[in-house]
Write a protein that binds this ligand. Structure first.
Ligand SMILES: Nc1ncnc2c1ncn2[C@@H]1O[C@H](COP(=O)(O)OP(=O)(O)OP(=O)(O)O)[C@@H](O)[C@H]1O
Ligand SMILES: [Mg+2]
Length: 360
C-alpha cells in the first residue's frame, strides 16, 4: 500500500483502527466515500458527489476556496455524514513524484538525507514544499541500494486545502497523491497480483500509475481529460459549454452533428492514447521481461462509450473498467444499486482515500 501522507507524523502505534472519510476534490466534482471495517473486510456506508462551480479548482489548485468549502459542507450534510477526519489527495503541477535509487538507510536516516538532498531531486525550493517518501525495497540487487518514492508538494497549495476543509468542518488527517490513492483503491479490491496500468481519466487530467505486484513503477499526471471533449464540441459548433457537455454525455440529441462528434472523440482519445503509450514505452524499456498484463480504467472520462474497446485495440492490451466496490459490502438500505453502478468509475480515488487509517 502506498503510504504517502504529507505534514502529519505517522503514529508509532494505532490505538484503534478507524478509517478516514475519503474526499476527492476534482476539478469537475467533489466525491465522498465512507467505509467502515466489517467482518474483516470493508463496508460502504456513504458515498456521493457534487458538481463544483466552473473554475473553482484548476490544475489541482483551489481558485475559490469558499465556493469549494460550501459544496463540501452541503454534501456532507446531505449525506448525513458524522465522520470529520478526512483524507484528501492532490495532483497536478504542485506535486512531484520521483523515484530515486539510494543507499539503504534506516527510516530516520532516509528522512534526514531526503531533507538535506531534496533539492537535487525536485525542481522546487525546499522551504516551500512538504516532503514525504516511501522505501519501496525494489532494485536492491546490490543489497546496498533501494528505490525510494519521493513526493514533494507545495506547502501553499496544501495549506490552502487544509484551511478550506477546516472551514467546512473537516479535519484533514491524510494528504495523499491521486495516483497512489488510485493504487490503494485497486489493491483493496483486486489485491496486488500482476502488472497493471491504472488510468483515471477525470475532467482536466489523467492519473497514470503502473504497478507491479503492489509497487508503483511509474506514476504521472497528464493534463488532459474529458473537459477537452466538451471544449472541442463547444468550439466546433459555437455552443455554450453546457450545451456541448450535453452533446458529449448524450443527454442532448446529436442530430446532424453525430459524425463530427465521433470525429472529435476519435481525435481526442487518440491524443490520450499517445500519452498513455509514452508511459507504457517507458515501462517496457526498463522492465523488458515483465510486460503489463492489463489496463484498468476509472474516472468520469472513462465512461465514454466504447473507450475500453478503443484503448484495447490501440494498446493491444486487455482493458477493464475499475469497480472500486468489487470487494466491498454495501449498505443497500442507504445506497441505491443503480446509482452506485453509475457513479463507481468516478469513485475510484475517493474509495482509495477512504481506506487510509486515521493516523492518530
Ligand atoms: N458518460 C460520459 N462520457 C464522457 N464523459 C463523461 C461521462 N460521464 C462523465 N463524464 C465526464 O467526466 C468528467 C468528470 O469526471 P471526474 O469526476 O472523474 O472528474 P474530476 O475528478 O472532477 O476531474 P479531475 O480529476 O480532472 O480534476 C466530466 O468532464 C464529465 O463530463
Ligand atoms: Mg479526478
Amino acid at each position: 500500500m502506498a503510504k504517502i501522507n504529507f505534514n502529519f507524523k505517522l503514529p508509532s502505534f494505532i490505538k484503534q483502527q478507524t478509517l478516514s472519510l475519503g474526499l476527492d476534490i476534482g476539478s469537475h466534482s467533489i466525491k465522498i466515500c465512507e467505509l467502515h471495517d466489517h467482518d474483516g473486510g470493508l463496508k460502504l456506508i456513504s458515498l456521493g458527489s457534487a458538481i463544483l462551480p466552473s473554475g473553482t479548482v484548476e490544475d489541482g489548485e483551489l481558485q475559490d476556496p469558499e465556493a469549494v468549502g460550501a459544496v463540501i459542507k452541503a454534501l456532507v450534510k446531505n449525506l448525513k455524514i458524522k465522520a470529520t477526519k478526512a483524507a484528501i489527495s492532490i495532483s497536478g503541477y504542485s506535486v512531484i513524484m520521483k523515484k530515486v535509487n539510494l543507499t539503504v538507510m534506516t527510516e530516520s536516516e532516509l528522512a534526514e538525507h531526503i531533507q538535506e538532498e531534496a533539492e537535487q531531486y525536485i525542481p522546487f525550493e525546499i522551504d516551500e514544499v512538504y516532503l514525504d517518501f516511501q522505501d519501496l525495497h525494489t532494485n536492491t540487487e546490490t543489497e546496498e541500494r533501494t528505490d525510494v518514492m519521493l513526493v514533494a508538494a507545495k506547502k501553499e497549495v496544501i495549506n490552502g486545502y487544509l484551511d478550506m476543509l477546516k472551514s467546512a468542518g473537516l479535519k484533514t488527517v491524510i494528504v495523499d497523491v491521486d495516483a497512489f490513492a488510485l493504487e490503494n483503491s485497486y489493491e483493496a479490491n483486486y489485491g496486488n497480483e500482476g502488472n497493471v496500468l491504472l488510468v483515471d481519466i477525470g475532467s482536466a487530467k489523467m492519473n497514470i500509475n503502473i504497478i507491479d505486484h503492489g509497487i508503483s513503477i511509474f506514476a504521472r499526471d497528464i493534463m488532459m481529460g474529458s473537459r477537452q471533449l466538451s471544449e472541442e464540441i463547444q468550439a466546433r459548433f459555437g455552443l455554450s459549454f453546457e450545451e456541448a457537455e450535453g452533446l458529449k454525455l448524450g443527454s442532448v440529441p446529436p442530430e446532424d452533428k453525430q459524425e463530427e462528434i465521433e470525429e472529435i472523440f476519435a481525435n481526442i482519445c487518440t491524443q490520450w492514447i499517445m500519452e498513455i503509450k509514452k508511459a507504457i514505452d517507458f515501462y517496457n524499456s526498463n522492465y523488458v521481461d515483465n510486460p503489463i498484463e492489463k489496463m484498468v480504467l476509472s474516472g468520469g472520462g472513462s465512461k465514454v462509450k466504447g473507450l475500453d474497446q478503443f484503448f484495447s485495440d490501440e494498446l493491444d492490451l486487455p482493458v477493464e473498467m475499475f469497480d472500486p466496490f468489487a470487494n466491498t459490502k454495501v449498505d443497500t438500505s442507504k445506497i441505491d444499486a443503480a446509482y452506485l453502478h453509475n457513479i463507481a468509475p468516478e469513485m475510484a480515488i475517493a474509495m482509495g482515500l477512504a481506506t487510509r487509517v486515521v493516523p492518530f
